[in-house]
Ligand binder design. Structure first.
Ligand SMILES: [Zn+2]
Ligand SMILES: [Zn+2]
Length: 232
């Protein structure tokens, strides 16, 4: 299980999309890489198309004619081959369009310094609480600042990097993205409600990041790998 998660990590890290590495360029038929991953990706794809002003139909993670039509419309606007298939180039163009729209550096932008200077966060705010030095990756820190700027409220980082001991104590899943510093949890004190949480999730998806919302505990988990779901 752990190995599998690692593989997925690597995929997301290098190409930022599970389809980007399929040798034929990828399409969105679920049997390609196992239903779950692809459906997560499809959902992300639909959210992204919607955030860019296209109409992919319902955000359900299921490939349908409307999603394919939205992909074709996007490809046509981007001067890509118009085939309705999301391969490496289309995936990359989607991420670029999103980051341009939000004036954000790309999540895995190589030019980001390891320790970006952040207006509202200290250098150690995202690091593992035990002092082991495990830190959150730079793109996520930049994203945290962007999130704070967009909403205009102080953002509390309730959990960042977590070494195995800390992750176990926090009740994190054994293959948590916190273990590699590819996730953080945060909330706006006194501001968290269903609307705000939905807006936070939209913002994360719009920036190309993954999000899990916890409406009962009133925080959001943000991660490098795209996904968007609710956990009760
Ligand atoms: Zn630690
Ligand atoms: Zn988390």
């Amino acid at each position: 299980m752990r190995q599998r998660a690692d593989l997925n990590h690597r995929k997301y890290r290098t190409d930022r999309g599970p389809l980007a590495q399929t040798d034929s360029g990828g399409d969105f038929r679920p049997q390609r890489q196992g239903g779950k991953v692809i459906n997560d990706y499809l959902k992300w794809l639909q959210e992204t198309l919607a955030a860019l002003g296209y109409d992919p139909g319902p955000i359900d993670g299921i490939a349908g004619p409307k999603t394919a039509a939205a992909v074709r419309a996007f490809q046509s606007n981007m001067d890509l081959a118009v085939d309705g298939i999301v391969g490496e180039f289309t995936n990359k163009a989607l991420l670029l369009a999103l980051s341009e729209r939000l004036c954000l550096p790309l999540p895995a932008d190589q030019e980001l310094p390891d320790q970006p200077e952040l207006k509202n966060f200290s250098a150690t705010e995202f690091a593992c609480g035990c002092g082991c030095g495990l830190d959150v990756v730079a793109p996520l820190k930049v994203f945290a600042q962007a999130l704070r700027d967009a909403f205009g409220w102080p953002l509390v980082i309730s959990s960042g990097g977590r070494c195995p001991t800390v992750n176990r104590a926090a009740g994190g899943v054994p293959d948590s993205y916190h273990l590699t510093g590819e996730a953080f949890d945060g909330y706006f004190p006194g501001q968290m409600n269903a609307t705000v949480m939905a807006q936070m999730a939209d913002f994360a998806v719009g920036c190309g990041f993954g999000v899990i919302s916890y409406p009962k505990q009133l925080f959001c988990h943000f991660q490098l790998a795209p996904r968007n779901d609710l956990r009760y």
